[in-house]
Design a protein. Structure first.
Length: 158
């Protein structure tokens, strides 16, 4: 069975909003006669808005691949064997994004989520394989991954 989890986009939150403003600016630049500059800016911003990272797990062959998908089409990454990992762990995360204007006004967004990590042989979280919005969903997902991958679940040391 193949499991494919999209983890996160390159631009999220306030940064994505600013990117949409840049696309609007690029359209205005195109209408002002600078077509090449406007198209290049648009392509770059579309690249940033549609590119994301993810994880693909092949349970039949016991391998995992971290990947980046550019423009939502082109996938890059290398397969690793699951033999280099010893288990799974659930880590609560809190990400804070702050953006400041020229008037020194700040806008802060706080995003809380739960990430399921593969644990390496040094008993450290290696990389995330799934991001969940709440603890209940994360607990159900880690139980499923534990069954599919035949890995024990480790608790996080604080």
């Amino acid at each position: 069975m193949n499991v494919n989890n999209k983890l996160e986009y390159i631009l999220e939150g306030p940064k994505a909003f600013v990117a949409y403003l840049f696309i609007l600016t690029a359209i205005i630049i195109i209408f002002m006669g600078h077509v090449i500059a406007g198209v290049l800016i648009s392509l770059f911003i579309i690249f940033l808005l549609t590119s994301y990272s993810g994880v693909e797990i092949d349970t039949a062959n016991r391998r995992v691949k971290q990947y980046n998908k550019f423009f939502g089409i082109i996938k890059t990454g290398k397969w690793k064997t699951l033999n280099s990992f010893i288990g799974l762990t659930l880590v609560p995360m809190r990400r804070i994004n702050t953006i400041a204007s020229r008037a020194n006004l700040t806008n802060t967004t706080i995003k809380k989520d739960y990430r399921i990590y593969l644990v390496n042989k040094a008993k450290k979280p290696a990389f995330a394989i799934k991001i969940c919005r709440n603890r209940e969903q994360a607990q159900n997902s880690i139980d499923e991954f534990s069954i599919w991958l035949k890995f024990p679940v480790y608790s996080v040391k604080r």
